[in-house]
Write a protein that binds this ligand. Structure first.
Ligand code: 5GP
Length: 124
């Protein structure tokens, strides 16, 4: 799979540039995290690299080791800050068509606050 070119008009690029507001929960040099606008669980946080990466496929090919480490360090820190480590949580990154990715800027969904059920819905 070849990642498509980065679209700098995607909604998360606008949030990263401060053109659209978000409910921020965390920020450092490499990472921004904010509440999902349509939460699927009591806690639903999106964790993004600030760099222009379309998807997990793009990120794992092009990102510097420091960016990769920062994303996962931030994810764990946010989960602890939110108290999710006590009861457990789920991390999802949808990639491309079959993954159901809607916004073409890599993001990790951090979900918790209730039992989340089956990991993958059965095909209809
Ligand atoms: P995807 O399907 O790409 O993995 O997930 C995109 C997520 O972005 C969805 O859960 C959706 O609710 C969220 N989202 C879409 N637009 C906005 C927005 O403008 N602000 C915030 N905070 N979340 C958004």
């Amino acid at each position: 799979m070849t990642a498509p070119a980065y679209d700098s008009n995607n909604i998360f690029a606008k949030i990263l540039r401060g053109e659209i507001p978000c409910k921020k929960v965390y920020e450092d040099d490499h990472v921004l995290a904010f509440h999902d606008i349509s939460p699927q669980a009591p806690s639903h946080i999106l964790v993004l690299p600030k760099g222009e990466y379309v998807s997990m496929d793009d990120f794992t090919q092009k990102a510097a080791p420091g960016e990769i480490a920062a994303l996962f360090r931030a994810l764990g820190q946010i989960a602890r800050d939110e108290g999710l480590h006590e009861t457990g949580y789920r991390v999802i990154s949808n990639c491309g068509l079959n993954g159901g990715q809607e916004v073409p800027h890599l993001h990790l969904h951090l979900l918790g606050g209730r039992k989340l059920g089956r990991m993958v819905q059965q095909a209809a």
